[in-house]
Write a protein that binds this ligand. Sequence first.
Ligand code: IMP
Ligand code: MG
Length: 193
Amino acid sequence: MNPASTPILAYHMHADLDKILIDRERIARRVAELADEISHDLRDITARDELVIVSVLTGSIIFLADLIRRLPQKLRIELVGVESYPGRATESRGPKITRSLAGNIEGRHVLIVDDILDSGGTMRLIRGELAKRRPKSVRACVLLRKERPSAMETPCDYVGFDIPDVFVVGYGLDYNNYYRTLPDIGTLKEDAL
Ligand code: IMP
Ligand code: MG
């Protein structure tokens, strides 16, 4: 979709985009498919055998909100904070936990929800942390995965889109904490970085 033809709101942020990679309609269709797949796979998990979604702040918030409203299971949400791109960085400096899991996941089924697999460091860190708390099972879901070996080799059960190894913003993903509210996913112009 051409930024100029955005139907309802002319987002000011579109002026900073070089290209839209995935527009909001494609995102919505794929999120619905992912939710169907996940709820089918988790159909036998009952309220007693509780499901806990562990989502990674802040990039996953928009994806999380759309995905969980399409999951019919009774579930709990836990948020963890991981920072790997401080400030204006566009390359991971190595993930650090800034907010740890508050609730109990022992004996529960867990679904990790994150925005994107890049180096895979965040996913490995979260899985390691969760394993210490003895969940019954752990699955992972990301909206995006970059086509680079470190991302493709990171175990992940549900992937929305494989994208080129470029820096993207929108639909929760930020640059310097901006652009999260853009409904489409795209790349930034050189001079916006
Ligand atoms: P990883 O630990 O290198 O896999 O990176 C994962 C985290 O870095 C994601 O949860 C994102 O928050 C952030 N990230 C990675 N690539 C991008 C990008 O292209 N744009 C914005 N944030 C990104
Ligand atoms: Mg993140």
